[in-house]
Structures are given as C-alpha cells and as structure tokens.
Design a protein around this ligand. Sequence first.
Ligand code: SF4
Length: 91
Amino acid sequence: MLKNGQNEFTKNENSKVRIKVINELCISAATCIIQAPNTFDLDDDGIAYVKEGTWDEAQTIINAAASCPTTAIIIEDMQGNQIYPEVKIGA
Ligand code: SF4
C-alpha cells in the first residue's frame, strides 16, 4: 500500500512546496532522511515516504531531493511548477 507522498504529490499547511517520491526510483539510500529528517522516512519496504507533522524548511527539502542519488524526489511549488529537478526551458 502506498504511503503519504509515494507516487503522488502531498502537501502540508506549513510548507510552500509539494513533494512526490517516485517509488520505482527509490533505492533506499536514505540520504533524503539524513538531510530532512522531519520530512522523509523509510517505510517497511525501505521506500521513502513523506511524514505527517511539520516539515523541514523548503530549502532543506530541496537539498534533500538534490541529495537523492536516483532523483526519486520531485518538488513543486503550490502552483504546480516544478522546482526540483530544475526544468530547463528550450533545452
Ligand atoms: S535519497 Fe532517494 S533513493 Fe534514498 S531513500 Fe530518499 S528517495 Fe529513496
């Protein structure tokens, strides 16, 4: 069963960003959890999910996404614009 933020964007009233973890890409490296322990955790299968409660600062969450070796974490703003990975227009 999918947990919060797995393969679907989740938001938090305390945060300016929305987060999605792509389950198929997560290799349980856990660097996201080290970087943003109030936002990410591993489920029983070793796949990252997004925690309830107050998240880390938005920049900390972005840094955590950037630390993921497989780019399994997608970050959007509340308007649905992708923040991480950076979208290159005209590439
Ligand atoms: S850093 Fe990436 S691969 Fe590692 S647990 Fe987090 S989402 Fe999964």
